[in-house]
Design a protein around this ligand. Structure first.
Ligand code: MF3
Ligand code: CO
Length: 248
C-alpha cells in the first residue's frame, strides 16, 4: 500500500533530511585514512542526538548500528568496525534519521584520502546515476522510467547496477511501498503521483551486478571482489517536480 504524504509531512521529512545532509557534510571533513567506521558511527550517533534526532536504523530488524558502512567490495549494509580505513579505500555511509517522527534516508560514498582513477570514475558514475534517476521522478512518469534511465546510463559507462537491493517508499517506517528498482523498462510499472516520497539509491558495481551475502546475514558484497559505490537521496514527488529532501 502506498501512503501519500501531505505537504506538512513532506516539510517535516525535509527537516529530517536537512539534518542528515548536514551530518554527511561533516563526514566529508572527517573521513580520512586512519579513522574507523566505528568512530564514524559513534560520531553520527552523537551528532543526531545533539540535534534532537535519532537513528532509525538502530534496532531496525535487529540492526545494531546507527550507520551502514560499506567498504570497497561491500555493496550495502556493512557493519561499522574497529579497523582503520586505509588511503585508497572507498566507503559508503548510509543512515536513516528520525527527527520528531519524520524520516529521511541518504547514503554517500567517500574517498579515503587519494583513491585510484578507477575508483574515482566509479564514484562519479554512481553519483550521476542518482541524478539521472531523480530527473525521471516526476508526476505521470512510471517507476520503470527511473530504473531504465539509471540502467541505460550506468551500463553505457561500462558498469553494472545491483539488482538485489532497491530504493523504496519512506514515511512512517524506513521501507514502505513501492519498491524502486534501479533497472527496468520505460513506460512500465507504477505511475508516480504527487505526494509520494521515495528513495533512489543505485548501487553501481565495477564488475558484475551479482552479490553475495556475508555470514552476518546483512552485508552484501560483489561476487567478483570489485568495487561498489552508492549515492542515495530521499525524494518527494511534487507538482513542481522532484524535491531532494536530503540535498547537501
Ligand atoms: N538505505 C538503506 C536501505 O534502504 C537503509 C538500511 S537500514 C538497515 O536499505 F537498518 F536496514 F540497515
Ligand atoms: Co534506503
Amino acid at each position: 500500500m502506498i501512503i501519500l504524504k501531505s505537504e506538512r509531512e513532506i516539510q517535516r521529512m525535509a527537516e529530517a533530511g536537512k539534518l542528515l545532509a548536514a551530518c554527511h557534510r561533516r563526514l566529508a571533513q572527517l573521513i580520512k585514512p586512519g579513522i574507523t567506521t566505528m568512530e564514524i558511527d559513534r560520531y553520527v550517533d552523537t551528532f543526531l542526538k545533539k540535534n534532537g534526532a535519532k537513528s532509525e536504523q538502530f534496532g531496525y530488524n535487529g540492526y545494531q548500528y546507527v550507520t551502514c558502512a560499506s567498504i570497497n567490495d561491500e555493496i550495502c549494509h556493512g557493519f561499522p568496525r574497529k579497523s582503520p580505513l586505509k588511503k585508497g579505500d572507498i566507503v559508503t555511509i548510509d543512515m536513516v534519521v528520525n527527527l520528531n517522527g519524520a524520516l529521511a534516508d541518504s547514503a554517500w560514498t567517500y574517498a579515503v584520502g587519494e583513491v585510484s582513477e578507477s575508483a574515482r570514475k566509479l564514484m562519479d558514475v554512481s553519483k550521476k546515476a542518482l541524478c539521472i534517476g531523480i530527473e525521471q521522478a516526476v508526476v505521470e512518469n512510471r517507476l520503470g522510467d527511473i530504473g531504465h534511465a539509471i540502467q541505460t546510463y550506468v551500463e553505457g559507462e561500462g558498469y553494472s547496477v545491483v539488482r538485489d537491493f532497491t530504493g523504496h517508499g519512506i514515511g512512517r517506517t524506513i521501507h514502505e511501498d513501492p519498491q524502486v528498482l534501479h533497472f527496468g523498462s520505460p513506460g512500465r510499472g507504477l505511475r508516480l503521483k504527487e505526494g509520494m516520497v521515495i528513495t533512489i539509491e543505485p548501487m553501481v558495481n565495477e564488475g558484475t551486478w551479482h552479490s553475495k551475502m556475508d555470514d552476518n546475514g546483512w552485508t552484501a558484497r560483489t561476487v567478483d571482489g570489485k568495487l561498489s559505490a552508492q549515492y542515495e537521496h530521499t525524494i518527494a514527488i511534487t507538482k513542481n517536480g522532484p524535491v531532494i529532501l536530503t540535498k547537501q
